[in-house]
Write a protein that binds this ligand. Sequence first.
Ligand code: PMP
Length: 427
Amino acid sequence: MKEYREMTSQELTALREELRQEYSEIQARGLSLNMARGKPDAEQLALSDAMWTIADASTPMVGEDGMDYRNYGLLFGTREARRLMGEIMGVSRENVIVGGSSSLTMMYDTLMRGMVFGMLHSPKPWYECPDRKFLCLVPGYDRHFAITQDLGFELVTVPLTESGPDMDLVEELVKDPSVKGIWCVPKYSNPSGITYSDETVRRLAAMETAAPDFTIMWDNAYGIHHLYPDAPDELADIFALAQEYGHEDRVIAFASTSKVTYPGAGIAALAASKANLDHIAAHMTHQTIGADKINMLRHVLFLQDLPHVKEHMAKHAALLRPKFELVLRMFEEQLREPGVARWTNPRGGYFITCQVPEGCAKKVVQLCAEAGVILTDAGATHPYKKDPQDSAIRIAPSYPPIGELEEAMKVFCLCVRLAAVEKLLGC
Ligand code: PMP
C-alpha cells in the first residue's frame, strides 16, 4: 500500500468506491456503541466492591481526630483521609482538604471564590476584572474549558507539546495582568496522555507573572493511573519547585478517587500552601460543616495507604492495558501506511488523541455516528468547542468491552480512511 496522498485520482476514486461499499455494509449492521466519555468499565468498578461491606455498625467510628465520624465536623476531612490523599498527591496531610466526591466541584468552587472574593493575592475579586483570561492547553479537557467559560473568562489557547505546555508562549502571555491562570493536567494528560517534563514544571513554577493572583490549576486526575506500573512516567514536584522560587501560593492541586474506586462516589481532594488553605477555609466554613466522613472512612479502610493503592491501581492497569494496546495496534495496522493520521502513545490515563487530516475530524465523528459508533464530539478538545484545524479526536478506550472496542475501532479506522480519501478527491 502507498500513502494516500501519493495516489492518482483514478486510484483514489477506486479506493473511495471500495471504502464506501465497506461503510454501507457496516451501517447495515445497525451497531450501537458508545465511546464518548472516559469511564471505567464494569470490571474495573467491581475491583472496589469490597467497599460495600468493609464498614458496618461494628466498625469503630471514632478516628485519629477523636471525633465520631457519624456526626458533623472536620471541615478539611478526617485526618486519615487527608493523609491518604496526601500520599496519593505527594504532599503532606497538613496541606490537604478532602472535600466531597468530585474534584471538579472543588475546582469550580476554587475559581468561584476567586470570582467573588478574590484569590489569596488578588488586588480585587476576579468579577471586577472584566477582561479576565485563562490559559487553556490544547488538546485539553472540555470540562475545564467549560468552567472558565461559565465564569466569564476569555479562553486563550496554548498548544500542548510532547513535554507539556508551549512554555515560550506561556511565559509571554503571563506578562498580561488580565491572564489569571492556567489549566494543567500534568500527568497522562486528558486527552493526549503526555506527562510534563521536569523542565516544563520548573518553568511553570519559576515564571514571573504580571498578575499577583495568577493560579495554576494543577489537576493531577491521573497521577497514579499508570498503564505500565513497573515503568511509570515521573512528574516533578511542583510545590517544591514553586517554593524554591517563592511562588508556592500560585499552585492549587486536585485529585480524586473517581477512577480509583467509583466515579462520582469517591473522595476528592485539594492541596495547597498553608496560606492558601487558611484563605479557602475562611470562606469554605460558611459553605459546609464538612464533607461525608463515612465515605472517607470506607475509602481509608479499603485503600489504606500508598502501597495498597498502587496494588489496586495495578489491577486497573491490567484491565485497561489490553484495550489501549488494541487501539494502538489497530491504528498502526490500519492508519500508518495510508499516512492518514497521527496519534499519541500514552503510558497512563484514560485517553488517546488521534489527529486526522485537517478539516476531517467533524466528518469522521459524524460518519462514525451514522454507523452506530458515538465518539467524543470533534472540537471538544478545544476552547469554545472549536478546533481551528478540525483535526483532533479524543479516543476513550476504557468503557466498552474489548470485543465492542475492536468493532468500534474498525469503524473508526474505516471512517478516517474514507474521510481522508474524500478530502483528497475534494468531495
Ligand atoms: N479532571 C480530569 C482531567 C478528568 O479527566 C476528570 C474525569 N474525566 C475529572 C477531573 C473529573 O474528576 P471528578 O470525578 O473528581 O470530579
